[in-house]
Design a protein. Structure first.
Length: 292
């Protein structure tokens, strides 16, 4: 067995940086539902490492050229997701990953009660609670409002005689910033079977940003929530309040929350995988006969 290079502080930092990059890639693959891309890339890396260790130089040259083409193809195919990722990095750097303000407990109760009344009366509605990601690139039309969130406002917007009742209204910093807005429609038809345009719009926006989208079905009198590309119908108003509460808690975490515990419990599989792969890469390319 070949002796390993002595591990110093630069090596630890090296592995930490590579592990962080791998972890970010794993989360990106997970959130964009691109697991097949991750699996294909992993298999190619395994074959490349085997070829490198066995001294198969022709295979190595071919794979080096293929990696360049593969990276370009991934950029073209996932350009929308990559652009969103850079937007989130920019927003996170400016805000620290936390909302400056959000709907108060009273405003959340107003929203829940109003949507409950609309669902009971089979009146369709579409509501967007903005997260950290910008929305302007994804929405069209509508009217600026900047109005106080109230039951009267919500019900008047979705009254059938209102010009904006077929669109969505956006809640930002606890106020209704716009109404009558058109959202991008989802192309994941398996999730919107037997559902209307509002649900397709709610799912479509949630696929492109971190907003929480709420859709009231005019036909079924139910309330559905869309987030991160997932759409589900809620059982009652308590479930709706819980969904909004969880959304706000994630964007405005409680300072007393155990941050260290959350670090180890959230996405721990991806963290372990990233750490293991970064250490393996260090051993193969630096630790055994390589390095500085």
């Amino acid at each position: 067995m070949l002796p390993l290079k002595h591990i110093g502080v630069p090596d630890v930092l090296d592995m930490a940086l590579v592990g962080t990059l791998i972890y970010a890639l794993l989360l990106w693959f997970k959130r964009t539902r691109a697991a097949f891309v991750a699996l294909g890339l992993f298999l190619m890396v395994v074959v490349y490492i085997i070829a490198w260790m066995a001294g198969m130089y022709m295979t190595i040259r071919l794979f080096q050229g293929f990696f360049a083409v593969f990276i370009v193809a991934v950029i073209i195919i996932f350009q929308e997701e990559i652009r969103s990722a850079f937007e989130r990095i920019a927003v996170w750097s400016l805000t620290g990953g936390v909302l400056k303000s959000a709907p108060t407990h009273r405003q959340v109760e107003i929203l829940v009660r109003s949507l409950g009344d609309l669902a009971r009366d089979h009146i369709g509605a579409l509501v967007v609670l903005r997260g950290l990601d910008p929305l302007d690139r994804h929405v069209e039309g509508g009217w600026d409002l900047n109005g106080e969130l109230s039951e009267a406002l919500i019900k008047s917007i979705f009254d059938s005689h209102s010009l904006g009742h077929d669109g969505a209204f956006i809640v930002e910093e606890g106020r209704v910033s716009r109404f009558g807005v058109q959202l991008p429609l989802s192309k994941d038809f398996s999730k919107i079977t037997n559902l209307g345009t509002r649900h397709s719009a709610a799912l479509g926006l949630s696929e492109r940003c971190d907003a929480l989208c709420l859709a009231v079905s005019e036909e079924h009198g139910t309330i559905s929530v869309a987030r991160r590309g997932d759409l589900k119908t809620l059982g009652d108003l308590e479930d709706l309040q819980d969904e909004i509460g969880q959304f706000l808690t994630r964007l405005m975490p409680d300072p007393s929350r155990d941050a260290l515990g959350g670090f180890f419990t959230e996405n721990w599989r991806e963290k372990l995988t990233a750490a293991a792969v970064s250490m393996l890469l260090w051993v193969l390319f630096v630790g055994v006969g390589g390095g500085r």
